[in-house]
Design a protein around this ligand. Structure first.
Ligand code: SAH
Length: 375
């Protein structure tokens, strides 16, 4: 009688996270020509196919070989919510049980998908609810791609006009520039004509100011960069965006200048500025902001603070936001007030929380003492 042999399980490659170069190497390893890479990319990203048997311009034998050695695996949708204003939010579960959030924001002529780059966030910005979740890990390129792949499939199923992804913003959970390698590879695929074919102006990386990675990004991708500035003085920014202690304003602004020097003269850097009542919304703040950004070509996005429990901050009044905007506009700086979207489903900026198995133990800091324990 023969005893059953337990062969080690060979992990199949997930093609979803492979850029064109990876796929070419993958196919070369199978003795296939490079053009297979673009063929398969089109099936995956343009036709939303995840079954090799449906790839009709590929021979049956290659389809079988692919089924044996590879997989197109995306995330699992746990919740799917539609806001009154058309914003749609998904909670997606990763293989390890962690969850992330993804938001689709339709506007007049565009559809923006806000995606996550990490599970939780390590930066601990004081006004952001994602920060309270602590940090677990970086997302893989496949997990970043899955968000776009799944969202575009689910939006297609709605069969409604105006529900297409035209813009991608890395403004969900996490700090994209602390997951540099996986993020830039994902951007390769966003921009590739055989995949999503998005123009570089329609892909935005938002950063709290990881200076060395800003320099690296400038060399690698010509995408839109947004800086989460929020303060004009180091003392305040240290408190709001603690990574400022590592890369203070002087270094951050110098990095912005270097970044823009590599861009076409017409391009603009986006500056995000969350409006916190009595904290950073005075006339003096506006004046300092104008001075700080002198010589940079920018578009300022004023973001009304989205409150959450025990945040300790309140949103600036409409009047204060408008006054602030007026000051900047008078200094000829294009300034827009970001509309809050998807409020009824907690899909607004800084409200994305997912489910994070926190390795930073930061969640504990915010657990409220039970009655009688704090006396
Ligand atoms: N880590 C990156 C991207 C994620 S945050 C970054 O810092 O840019 C995306 C944007 O939402 C940032 O500008 C962030 O500062 C802002 N944000 C976070 N919490 C917010 C809140 N409660 N209200 C409004 N904007 C918030």
């Amino acid at each position: 009688m023969s005893t059953p042999v337990n062969f080690p399980q060979i992990e199949k490659s997930n093609l979803l996270g492979m850029n064109r170069q990876d796929l070419e190497i993958f196919f070369a390893g199978m003795g296939e020509k490079a053009f297979r890479a673009t063929q398969v990319m089109k099936w995956i990203h343009q036709m939303n196919v995840d079954d090799f048997q449906e790839m009709t311009n590929i021979s049956k034998s290659l389809q079988q070989q692919l089924t044996d050695s590879a997989i197109i695996e995306s995330l699992e949708v746990i919740t799917d919510q539609l806001s009154e204003d058309g914003t749609r939010k998904w909670v997606m579960r990763l293989n390890d049980g962690n969850c992330i959030e993804v938001v689709f924001i339709p506007d007049d002529d565009r559809g923006t998908l806000c995606i996550s780059s990490q599970v939780g966030c390590a930066l601990d910005c004081s006004f952001c609810s994602t920060a309270r979740q602590g940090f677990s890990r970086n997302l893989t390129t496949a997990e970043i791609l899955s968000q776009v792949w799944l969202a575009s499939r689910l939006l297609d199923e709605e069969k409604k006009p105006g529900r297409k992804i035209t813009n991608l913003v890395l403004m969900g959970m996490g700090e994209p520039l602390l997951n540099y390698e996986n993020v830039v590879k994902a951007i390769d695929i966003f921009l590739d004509d055989f995949a999503y074919g998005l123009s570089k102006r329609r892909v935005t990386v938002s950063t709290a100011g990881v200076v060395p990675a800003m320099d690296r990004l400038a060399d690698r991708h010509d995408v839109q960069l947004a800086i989460s500035l929020h303060a004009t003085r180091d003392k305040l920014r240290d408190e709001l965006v603690p990574i400022n202690k590592k890369y203070p304003l002087k270094e951050l602004i110098a990095a912005c200048h270097r970044f823009m020097e590599q861009r076409s003269p017409r391009s603009r850097l986006t500056i995000e500025y969350v409006m916190l009542a009595g904290v950073n919304d005075s006339e003096q703040d506006a004046k300092e902001l104008i001075k700080l950004l002198d010589g940079l070509s920018v578009l300022i996005n004023l973001i009304p603070f989205n409150p959450f429990e025990d945040s300790g901050y309140t949103t600036s009044s409409n009047n204060a936001v408008r006054r602030f905007q007026d000051h900047l506009m008078k200094a000829s700086i294009t300034t827009v007030i970001r509309k809050t979207r998807g409020e009824d489903i907690d899909a607004a900026c800084g409200q994305l929380v997912g489910k994070v198995s926190d390795k930073s133990r930061r969640q504990q800091k915010f657990i409220k003492p039970r009655f009688g324990m704090n006396s």
